[in-house]
Design a protein around this ligand. Sequence first.
Ligand code: HEC
Length: 110
Amino acid sequence: MRTRISTAATAATATLLLALPLAAQADPFPNADHAAGKDMHARLCVECHERKYGGEDGSAIYLRPDRRVTTPSALSQQLTACTTMLNLDLFPEDEHHLAGYLNKLYYKFE
Ligand code: HEC
């Protein structure tokens, strides 16, 4: 009996220890290099968004009330749609940095 109780307690503790780091990891784009994302965004993305949607820094497209992106995966998809349209052929990790940067600044998904 003693053994069973302590096993259950151990299992509960283990579950708790496993769940805690997962709960803490709220960032949908973990370890994105925001500085790299910012740099690529300024070079590759701002000019066209600004021309089409305004906002001094091209931010209006991300902040418009009817924006398309409402989930982290939609952000990745729309971002890929733009880079594909542009024939940019970015590495997946570069798209990850861009998504992380845009999420941190505008979308703030957790
Ligand atoms: C040649 C023009 C152009 C360039 C360059 C461009 N985009 Fe876009 N982007 C658009 C247009 C147009 C839309 C709006 C699409 C729509 O509403 O149907 C858009 C929308 C988006 C959205 C969704 C905004 C929302 O509604 O929430 C994201 C995210 C995005 N672009 C990311 C990027 C990134 C990252 C880059 C640079 C790598 C980039 N785009 C470069 C034209 C461009």
